[in-house]
Design a protein. Structure first.
Length: 98
């Protein structure tokens, strides 16, 4: 029978990896200057709401909404902890004290 050797340096190590709070996530500002960013925003608004010659793009509206407010909360089957009316009330009032 052949003995299987494992790598001694594998696995989780203390202090390894990216420091907490650091990020190398790309941002829009990394690729566009202020004027280009404003133009991009205007183009997205035109796509979302239409311009008289074109109809509003529902997918663009959904995309912009999720970028501004995050994805909508969805109730999972069997999960009775979320009360949709309470979630709507929190969003409407802007707090969770009610």
């Amino acid at each position: 029978m052949t003995e299987v050797k494992t790598n001694q340096n594998g696995g989780k190590r203390a202090g390894a990896g990216r420091p907490k709070g650091s990020s190398n996530k790309l941002r829009v500002t990394d690729f566009f200057n202020g004027e280009e960013r404003d133009q991009l925003i205007m183009e997205a608004k035109l796509l979302a709401f239409g311009d008289g010659n074109s109809k509003p793009d529902k997918e663009m509206i959904k995309f912009l909404w999720e970028q501004l407010y995050g994805k909508a909360t969805m109730k999972i089957a069997g999960d009775d902890t979320l009360d949709p009316l309470k979630v709507i009330q929190i969003i409407k009032n802007g707090d969770s004290t009610n």
